[in-house]
Design a binder for this molecule. Structure first.
Ligand code: DQA
Length: 151
């Protein structure tokens, strides 16, 4: 039984996980990450919807649709993290709790990865924990949603 629903959204190039720069992103595929999230969701009492797109407008459309459907958003915006005011605006507009995840430690990488437009609208940020970061993000989201429900 789930007490809340969470959309886990993944941005561009994350469909290539497993083959894409494995020294940085590891060898697990996006399907492996989806399973990790569904298993964590079951354990935490969250129903998890898991999506990926390479298109900014698709991510934004899913966020708009989530406004009336889900309780929280876990998002790895990938490269759009560093470029997209539009995704940050969509997250603000829908007014749901947000946990931002990055598989790699973006702060140990190129300077252009150090700034995130999404972080300013996120309740929590998890970086550099590999794909386990998604599990941490869902754990944090479960706590945020339980705390809100208790108020
Ligand atoms: C990423 C980090 C981003 O800088 C990069 O563009 C990605 C993945 C991560 O999960 O580590 O595509 O969000």
């Amino acid at each position: 039984m789930s007490f809340a629903s969470v959309l886990v959204l993944n941005g561009p190039n994350l469909n290539l996980l497993g083959t894409r720069e494995p020294a940085i992103y590891g060898s697990e595929t996006l399907d492996d990450v989806a399973k990790l999230c569904r298993d964590a969701g079951e354990r935490l009492g969250l129903s998890v919807d898991f999506c990926q797109s390479n298109a900014e407008h698709q991510l934004i459309d899913w966020l708009h649709a989530a406004r009336t459907k889900v309780d929280g958003i876990v998002i790895n915006p990938a490269a759009y993290t560093h470029t997209s005011v539009a995704i940050a605006d969509a997250l603000s507009a829908i007014g749901k709790p947000v946990v931002e995840v990055h598989i790699s430690n973006v702060h140990r990488r190129e300077a252009f990865r150090h700034h995130s437009y999404v972080s300013a609208v996120a309740d929590a940020i998890i970086v550099g924990c590999g794909t386990q970061g998604y599990v941490f993000a869902l754990e944090r989201m479960a706590t945020i949603l339980k705390n809100r429900a208790a108020k």
